[in-house]
Design a protein around this ligand. Structure first.
Ligand code: FNR
Length: 180
C-alpha cells in the first residue's frame, strides 16, 4: 500500500515552473508513494474569526492534509520568502489551535526559480514554519532549483538534467517517509 503524499504548490499561475516540478515528481515517484497535488488557489485568506465556522474550502483542505501520510512543498520565492498563497495554506492547516493537521507528518521542500539563486530564501522561511508545526522535514538532498525554466524543453518535457535532480529528490523522500 503506497503512502499518500499531499503536494502543495506555492504558485497560482497557469505556467508555474513549480507546478511543472510537482507534476514531474508525481510521475517520477517510486511506487511506495502516491502523490496528489492539493489545490490551494481557492482558499480564502486565513482569518481567525473563521476558526469556529470555517469556509468549506478550509474544511476540505484540512481533510485532505489530515488524510495524507506526508506533505511535500514545491515553492517559488516571492521577495526572498515564500509566496503569500503558500503561507496562507500553511496557516489554514495549522488552526484551530491544537487541531493542526500538519502535526507529526514527514515533509520535504523543493524550490524552483528562473533566477540564478534558486529560491533559497523561500525554502528557509518555509522550513522555519514547518519546524514550528512539527513537520519532520527531510534535510537532504537540499534542492533549490535555479534557472529552473531551463529544466523543461519548449514542448514542456523535463530535460535529462532535471529528471536526474528530481528523481534523486523524490527517491530520498520515499526513504524518509519509510522511516515513519
Ligand atoms: C518573484 N521572483 C523571484 N525570484 C527569486 O528567485 N527570488 C525572489 O525574491 C523573487 N521575487 C519575486 C516576487 C514576486 C512578487 C514575483 C511575482 C516573482 C520571480 C519568480 O522566481 C518567478 O516568477 C517564478 O517563475 C515563480 O515561480 P512559478 O510561478 O513559475 O512556479
Amino acid at each position: 500500500q503506497p503512502k499518500n503524499i499531499a503536494v502543495i504548490v506555492g504558485s497560482l499561475r497557469r505556467e508555474s515552473i513549480n507546478r511543472k516540478v510537482a507534476q514531474s515528481l508525481v510521475e517520477l515517484a517510486p511506487d511506495t508513494l502516491a502523490l496528489e497535488i492539493v489545490d490551494i488557489s481557492q482558499l480564502p485568506l486565513y482569518n481567525q474569526d473563521y476558526d469556529e465556522d470555517s469556509p468549506q474550502q478550509y474544511v476540505q483542505f484540512r481533510q485532505k492534509i489530515a488524510a495524507a501520510d506526508g506533505v511535500l512543498f514545491a515553492t517559488p520565492e516571492h521577495n526572498r520568502s515564500m509566496p503569500a498563497a503558500m503561507k496562507n495554506a500553511v496557516d489554514i492547516g495549522s488552526r484551530p489551535y491544537s487541531k493542526s493537521v500538519w502535526d507529526g507528518k514527514p515533509g520535504a521542500i523543493i524550490s524552483a526559480s528562473p533566477s540564478l539563486q534558486g529560491a533559497y530564501g523561500a525554502t528557509q522561511h518555509l522550513r522555519a514554519s514547518l519546524a514550528g508545526l512539527n513537520i519532520y522535514c527531510m534535510a537532504n538532498p537540499e534542492t533549490y532549483l535555479s534557472q529552473a525554466d531551463k529544466l523543461y524543453d519548449p514542448a514542456g518535457a523535463v530535460t535529462e538534467t532535471g529528471r536526474a535532480l528530481l528523481k534523486r529528490f523524490i527517491d530520498a523522500y520515499a526513504e524518509w517517509v519509510a522511516r515513519f
